[in-house]
Write a protein that binds this ligand. Structure first.
Ligand code: CA
Length: 228
């Protein structure tokens, strides 16, 4: 699954340049040219990262940042500032941005920062968001509750840990060994049948058609992948 990046930038040339480059790098990109429209998009849709210009029409980058954090949207934010003033950077980080770059910047530097932020976010528990939704399933990490079509579903503690691990590493192929090590905390060569069995149970509980899973996918010869 492509990771989604939202660019909120009012300079058309820069917006286009960034969009094309990021798409070329395999990201799925959306863009907005003003603070208010960008904010709406960031609230309505789910992104893995937001590139946010500081000086924007409609609503400033700082206000967008603040607004998102107040609404508990924890998507990593990389702020772009044209001013290069230390004060701006400090304020940006204080308002909830995760990193900043001063214009003009090197695209490779930007790509490196994006990678770093995405890595940091995926190692953070449940991406900072208390709720994750896919298909008709809603996972509340804080309450450790799962519901499907609005009906609460019982998962064992282990099933919940496994599902959480999948969600945190969505789009990545996970080997049975890795799952054993990180979900079961085994490092020995205990049976990988255990993993298969738990995935079977998760599918039965979460998939519309467990025989033809759409989210908990088998990657032949490699392991499993969550695509949600
Ligand atoms: Ca601007």
């Amino acid at each position: 699954m492509h990771r989604r990046i939202l660019i909120i930038e009012d300079e058309p040339t820069l917006q286009l340049l960034l969009s094309e480059r990021l798409e070329h790098e395999g990201y799925s990109v959306s863009a907005a040219s003003a603070g208010d429209t960008g904010l709406e998009l960031a609230i309505r849709e789910r992104f893995d990262l937001i590139i946010l210009d500081l000086m924007l029409p409609g609503k400033s980058g700082l206000d967008v940042c603040l607004d998102l954090r107040q609404r508990r949207v924890q998507t990593p934010i990389l702020m772009l500032t044209a001013r290069g003033l230390v004060a701006d950077k400090v304020v940006g980080l204080k308002f909830g941005a995760d990193d900043y770059l001063t214009k003009p910047f090197d695209v490779l530097e930007l790509l490196a920062r994006i990678e770093a932020l995405l890595r940091r976010a995926s190692s953070r528990p449940h991406h900072g968001s208390p709720v994750y939704e896919f298909d008709s399933v809603r996972v509340n990490f804080q309450a450790a509750e799962v519901a499907k079509n609005g009906d609460s579903i019982h998962l064992s503690a282990l099933e919940f840990r496994l599902l959480k691990y999948f969600i945190e590493h969505r789009g990545t192929v996970l080997s049975r060994d890795e799952l054993m090590k990180n979900v079961w905390n085994y490092s020995g060569d205990a049976s990988s049948r255990t993993v298969d069995l738990h995935i079977l149970w998760l599918r039965q509980k979460l998939e519309q058609d467990p025989a033809r899973p759409r989210f908990l996918l088998t990657v032949r010869g490699m392991g499993y992948k969550f695509s949600g």
